[in-house]
Design a protein around this ligand. Structure first.
Ligand code: FE
Ligand code: FE
Ligand code: ZN
Length: 208
C-alpha cells in the first residue's frame, strides 16, 4: 500500500505529460485513489471524461426509470404467458438497474439526477405504437412487442457496454462492476426475448 501510494505521488507529479502515461500506470493510479475513498479524485484527474460518464449516467438513469413505467404496459399487452412473464421479470431487473445507477452516483459523490433520454423516449413510444397497431390477443402483437423490447435492450447494451469501458479507462473498478452487472442482465434479457421468438411465437403467428 505504502509503495503504491508513493508511486501515485510520483505519477501525479508528471501532470504535464498525462497523455503519454501508459494505461497500466494510469489505472494503478486511479484504483489507488478509489481505495482511499476519494471519489472526487477521479474528477481531478480526468475532469472531462468523468463529466461525460456522469452525463451518460444521468441519461441511462432517466431511461431506466422510464422503462419501469413502460414495462407493466407491455406486460399487460402481451398475449403469451411466456412473454408476460419475461416482461414481469425484466421489470424487477430494471428496478435493480435504477438502484445500480443510484449507487454509481454515490460512488461519484453526486446526487442522483435524471436527464431526459430522447432515445428511450422514442423507443418506448414505438412500443406504444405497436400495441396500438396490433390486435389484442394475437401472437402477431407478441412478435411486435419482442421487436420493440429488443430495440430497448440493444440501446441499453450499447450504453452499459460503453459505460463499463469508460469506467475501466477511468480506473474505477467499483463502477466497472456496477455497469458490468447491469450489462450482463440486459444481455440475458435480450437472449431470452430471442429464445421466446424462436421457440414458437413467431411461427405460431404465421397462422393468424
Ligand atoms: Fe435496464
Ligand atoms: Fe440516451
Ligand atoms: Zn433492459
Amino acid at each position: 500500500m505504502e509503495k503504491a501510494k508513493s508511486k501515485k505521488a510520483s505519477t501525479s507529479k508528471r501532470g504535464g505529460s498525462s497523455n503519454s502515461k501508459s494505461s497500466s500506470s494510469r489505472s494503478k493510479t486511479n484504483s489507488q485513489t478509489n481505495s482511499n475513498g476519494q471519489g472526487n479524485a477521479l474528477e481531478d484527474q480526468s475532469p472531462m471524461l468523468t463529466e461525460l460518464f456522469l452525463d451518460e449516467l444521468k441519461d441511462i438513469y432517466w431511461a431506466e426509470k422510464k422503462l419501469v413505467k413502460a414495462l407493466p404496459k407491455m406486460q399487460k399487452a402481451a398475449t403469451s404467458e411466456e412473454l408476460k412473464q419475461a416482461f414481469a421479470d425484466h421489470l424487477e431487473a430494471t428496478k435493480g438497474h435504477v438502484t445500480r445507477c443510484e449507487e454509481a452516483f454515490e460512488l461519484l459523490e453526486k446526487r442522483p439526477q435524471a436527464k431526459k433520454c430522447e432515445a428511450m423516449e422514442g423507443l418506448t413510444a414505438e412500443a406504444d405504437g405497436v400495441i396500438e397497431d396490433t390486435e389484442e390477443g394475437t401472437l402477431t402483437r407478441d412478435v411486435a412487442l419482442i421487436m420493440a423490447a429488443q430495440k430497448v435492450e440493444h440501446y441499453e447494451i450499447a450504453t452499459y457496454g460503453s459505460l463499463a469501458q469508460l469506467a475501466k479507462t477511468l480506473g474505477n473498478e467499483d463502477l466497472v462492476e456496477l455497469m458490468g452487472s447491469t450489462l450482463e442482465e440486459e444481455k440475458e434479457a435480450d437472449e431470452l426475448l430471442t429464445s421466446i421468438a424462436e421457440s414458437g411465437v413467431n411461427v405460431e403467428a404465421t397462422s393468424e
